[in-house]
Design a protein. Structure first.
Length: 127
């Protein structure tokens, strides 16, 4: 069984992340690109899991368990985003715009932090 998994991994190459809006971190991208075909084969039943880690990945894929490992989180995140894009095919990057919320903008928070650090430095050096 292990040989079948290895053959599958070596024969498929890199997994193409085909999302309209990629919300994966660089580390998650690397994981999905490297292991995506294998993860997909495990979760869709093409390959049978034989380790506890693989069995848990399948449970996560079926939404029977929460993702715990970095690999499970990356695969879960990819699949959930894929489902959203399939359900809402007109979704695109242009619909997402960043908006400041709360009392302070990021610029204001940065300025306040700089003032606080400056004052702390003055007080510390005066002692």
């Amino acid at each position: 069984m292990k040989e079948k998994h290895l053959d599958y991994l070596e024969g498929k190459g890199r997994f193409k992340i085909n999302l309209k809006r990629n919300l994966l971190t660089p580390e998650e991208e690397r994981i999905v690109e490297r292991w995506g075909h294998w993860f997909q084969a495990l979760t869709n039943g093409t390959l049978q899991p034989y380790t506890e880690m693989q069995k848990n990945l399948v449970r996560v894929g079926k939404r029977e368990a929460l993702p715990v490992s970095v690999e499970e989180c990356a695969w879960f995140k990819y699949n959930e985003r894929k489902k959203i894009e399939e359900k809402y095919p007109d979704i695109s990057d242009s619909k997402y715009t960043y908006q400041e919320e709360g009392c302070y903008t990021r610029k204001m928070a940065r300025q306040m932090k700089n003032i606080m650090m400056s004052e702390m430095g003055k007080n510390h050096s005066a002692s």
